[in-house]
Design a protein around this ligand. Structure first.
Ligand SMILES: Cc1ncc(COP(=O)(O)O)c(C=O)c1O
Length: 507
């Protein structure tokens, strides 16, 4: 039997322990007759079709929070409190909250806790769409800061300390600064300097660290947000560690944050039935990192570094590494993220994404116009990286004459000019005002000058090209048309073909 003890002093619990996971397993072993949700009654009611594939165990463990022995997610007092305490210690927080609705939930909670209706918050323009959705929910007024754009890689990196300082000086009434670091491509900003700047203005620094859940556990990775001075941050455990999909954590330092307020915001936006499977996976993922994270991450870093240098021996493709540190908006890079620039092969990243999937059995994390991105994690093996390097080399060597099925996806001449990342549009209204305003649907072609009423984001990476409240420009319409022609998948708008767009009705 797993040993469960929910009432001991928190200081006596070790990082080797997994109190929440153990309690869940213990509950199942006790074999109660379940007259409670979920309706499948620990698997007895599920169709054999799903049981055959998923197995029985997963249904036995699929319990709801609040049962005696496995604690109450909305008010943890025993094993979940212990598990969250261990996570807080491992990450260097005063309090950690386990999230079962992804980092999206963490971003909503950060925004809603620090910034109410009509209040200003400083945000990078390339923030993830979950942050824009958080602005719609909270009614906050974004003060966008432009990230530094790397034209060579066609990637928006981070904002600089100088641009954050300028925004703080120009907006002394802003309630907080919310940054995204690292970016989807694993590029970190100078969080330490920015934290000092933000704190010198007496404001809290909130960080969407969805792509940095491993940073706290290896010295060769960028400094973690909390260690650099962030007051609150979200870490996407499921993205690069071993938590189940949708499992994430919100970490809080209490000097500039009101725990009770954050807690109540979390309760508003989260399901009242969080999956115990997800919470248990967070507990074990933390234990795994705290006890053997450095060793496991060393292997992942070495695999990625080796693959990077072999990819860079191949003509026509390029995977950036530490040499880009020091470029505007690049304070550090995560060596486990392999972003490969493929545009010089004549194909867009979207085309290479499909070729790799259909002809080499390789699935990328993300593709954009110029690049494809691969995550290397503690789950990868040398043979996986070997196959990736061989596939990329084979593709690059044959890109000029093979792949006739993808000829329509060749970029042709002049694409660089057509696809230059557009300038930030004017913010005519707050995202919430525009989202809920009386609207009309017009052809994209004639939308120039109108105020956008929906999120228009290329997916991945889910960074909005247009957000609600922004005035549509000709440059943006041309850019979106060029992206569509290159095969991009647009997320957010009601019409995903973008033949039409929802705008705020005039008059
Ligand atoms: C920077 C960033 N923040 C937040 C999110 C949302 O995370 P989740 O999918 O866990 O809700 C994503 C998802 O890709 C992301 O890239």
């Amino acid at each position: 039997m797993y040993k469960v003890n929910g009432r001991r002093s928190l200081d006596t619990i070790e990082q080797t322990e997994t109190p929440y996971f153990d309690a869940l397993v213990n509950y199942v072993q006790e074999e109660h007759i379940p007259f409670h949700v979920p309706g499948h009654k620990q698997g007895k009611g599920v169709h054999p079709k799903i049981k055959e594939v998923f197995g029985e165990r997963v249904f036995q463990l699929d319990l709801c929070s609040g049962l005696e022995g496995i604690d109450d997610h909305s008010q943890p007092r025993a094993v979940l409190m212990e598990a969250e305490h261990l996570a807080a210690k491992a990450y260097g927080a005063d309090q950690t909250f386990f999230l079962s609705n992804g980092s999206t939930q963490g971003n909503y909670a950060m925004l809603m806790s620090f910034c109410g209706h009509g209040e200003k918050i400083i945000i990078p323009r390339n923030a993830h769409r979950s942050i824009v959705s958080g602005l719609i929910l909270s009614g906050a007024a974004p003060v966008y800061v432009n990230p530094e754009v790397d034209e060579e890689l066609h990637i928006a990196h981070n904002v600089t300390a100088e641009s954050v300082e300028e925004a703080l000086i120009a907006n002394p009434d802003a309630k907080a600064v919310l940054l995204v670091s690292p970016t989807y491509y694993g590029v970190s900003c100078d969080l330490r300097r920015i934290a000092e700047t933000v704190h010198s203005h007496n404001k809290p620094l909130l960080v969407d660290e969805a792509w940095g859940p491993h940073f706290a556990f290896h010295p060769d990775l960028p400094e973690s947000a909390l260690s650099a001075g962030a007051d609150v941050c979200v870490t996407g455990i499921h993205k690069l560690l071993s938590g189940f999909t949708q499992s994430s954590m919100l970490h809080v330092r209490t000097e500039r944050a009101n725990l009770a307020h954050i807690n109540s915001m979390l309760r508003i936006i989260q399901s009242t039935s969080p999956s115990c499977l997800l919470l248990a996976s967070l507990d074990v993922a933390r234990m795994q990192m705290a006890t053997e994270g450095e060793r496991l991450l060393s292997i992942a870093i070495e695999l990625a570094q080796d693959a990077r240098s072999r990819i860079n021996d191949v003509s026509g493709i390029y995977s950036f590494g530490r040499e880009i540190i020091g470029r505007p908006g690049v304070a550090d890079i995560d060596p486990t993220r392999l972003s490969v620039r493929v545009v010089d092969t004549g194909f867009s990243g979207y085309a290479v994404d499909r070729i790799l999937r259909r002809s080499y059995g390789i699935q990328v994390e993300l593709s954009d116009l110029f690049n494809v991105l691969f995550n290397v994690t503690i789950g990868d093996r040398p043979e996986d990286l070997e196959k990736l390097v061989v596939a990329l080399a084979d593709f690059a060597a044959s890109a000029g004459y093979r792949w006739p099925d993808y000829d329509s996806m060749r970029l042709g001449s002049g694409y660089r000019k057509r696809l230059r990342i557009p300038h930030q549009p004017e913010q005519a209204m707050s995202p919430r005002e525009a989202f809920f305003a009386k609207h009309e649907t017009v052809p994209l072609e004639i939308s120039t000058g109108k105020v956008c009423a929906e999120i228009v984001a290329s997916y991945p990476p889910g960074i909005p090209a247009l957000s609600p409240g922004e005035r549509i420009t000709r440059e943006l319409v041309d850019y979106l048309n060029a992206e569509l022609a290159a095969g991009i998948y647009i997320q957010g708008p009601e019409d995903p073909t973008l033949a039409t767009i929802k705008v705020v009705a005039e008059g």
